[in-house]
Design a protein around this ligand. Structure first.
Ligand SMILES: [Zn+2]
Ligand SMILES: [Zn+2]
Length: 324
């Protein structure tokens, strides 16, 4: 299974401004010169040593994740990150009006829909776009999105055929090589994460969530979303202090996801849904907070003679691919 993060930002697209690009470029040039080398052939090697907040950033597009396993592809959510995937799909059957696309929705907040109006396969006659959700409002959502005066092309004039599928909560749904099971997350409007299985490999999509239910008892019927997982993508919009200030805003912090991952033996975690109000330095500060917490948890577990579940975690960078 291959998981690709096409949009790592939450709530609203947040591109770097020209002044931020200028400041970043000046900083990179300074660092390169301070290294004592101005040889041009050293530049690619030097750039590889820089972290996301020092060079390319974490990305500005809102949530969209592409999953491929064997010949099967599914997309989770239609944030602004789905736009570039649409262009890529044009080189296959979608470009000839012979494509089938499968998009699973967690919920219908704007940041998870905003790319759909610019997802080109939707406009090509002959394509079939299958859309899935637990919440029953999906046909209404599409009718609202593709409606004047919000968008010039109304739903009935889209070229592609849209096929709606309503999923049952916590019931596995088989789609070719994948089995997807929706579990409820903790968000102000109903939001469903997905446990996605391809053979022996299991992915858990846990965005957007405030993770107000943490213990196994509290999670109850939704606990399986966090068990037997190879890779979890988790909502880390805020630092711990911000989660206290923004109770009921529906988002979490990296430490919370890390605690769940360590308890449940999740092997890899990617933190995403970065706050659009955070510049790359602030996202990096949140990453550092998780790093310190992880080290302190490992040390205290060792001191107490407990078994430590090590977790390989990262903060999402747009375009990141994880092979399971
Ligand atoms: Zn969101
Ligand atoms: Zn949301």
């Amino acid at each position: 299974m291959k998981v690709k993060i096409l949009g790592a930002r939450g709530s609203l697209p947040a591109p770097m401004s020209p002044s931020q690009v200028e400041a970043r470029s000046a900083s990179i040039l300074n660092q390169f010169i301070e290294q004592g080398s101005v040889s041009l052939d050293k530049i690619p090697e030097f750039l590889k040593t820089l972290k996301p907040h020092q060079f390319g950033g974490y990305g500005g597009n809102t949530p969209c994740v592409e999953i491929n396993a064997g010949q099967t592809q599914v997309i989770i959510d239609g944030g602004s990150g789905i736009r570039t995937l649409g262009y890529e799909l044009l080189s296959g059957p979608c470009g000839k009006g012979e494509g089938e696309v499968h998009i699973f929705f967690t919920h219908f907040h704007w940041d998870h829909l905003i790319g759909l109006c610019f997802f080109v396969p939707l406009f090509i006659p002959g394509n079939k776009i299958h859309v899935y959700s637990v919440q029953p409002e999906l046909p209404h959502v599409f009718k609202t999105l593709f409606k004047k005066p919000f968008f010039p092309v109304e739903l009935e004039h889209l070229g592609a055929k849209i096929i709606y599928h309503q999923l049952d909560p916590r019931k596995p749904f088989t789609h070719k090589d994948l089995v997807l099971t929706p579990y409820q997350l903790d968000h102000p409007d109903p939001c469903w994460g997905y446990k996605v299985r391809a053979g022996e490999k299991v992915y858990a999509h846990c965005v957007d969530t405030e993770a107000t239910r943490m213990t196994r008892d509290e999670l109850g019927a939704d606990l399986p979303l966090y068990q037997g997982i190879d890779l979890m993508v988790f909502d880390a919009q805020y630092t711990v202090m911000e989660t206290i200030e923004k109770i009921n805003w529906g988002h979490s912090a990296g430490l919370v996801g890390l605690d769940i991952a360590m308890r449940e033996g999740i092997k890899q975690v990617i933190f995403m849904h970065h706050d659009p109000a955070s510049n790359d330095d602030k996202v990096f500060a949140a990453e550092t907070e998780v790093q310190k917490y992880h080290q302190s948890q490992i040390k205290s577990s060792i001191r107490m003679g407990q078994v430590v579940n090590t977790v390989d975690w990262k903060f999402a960078v747009e375009g990141m691919e994880i092979q399971l």
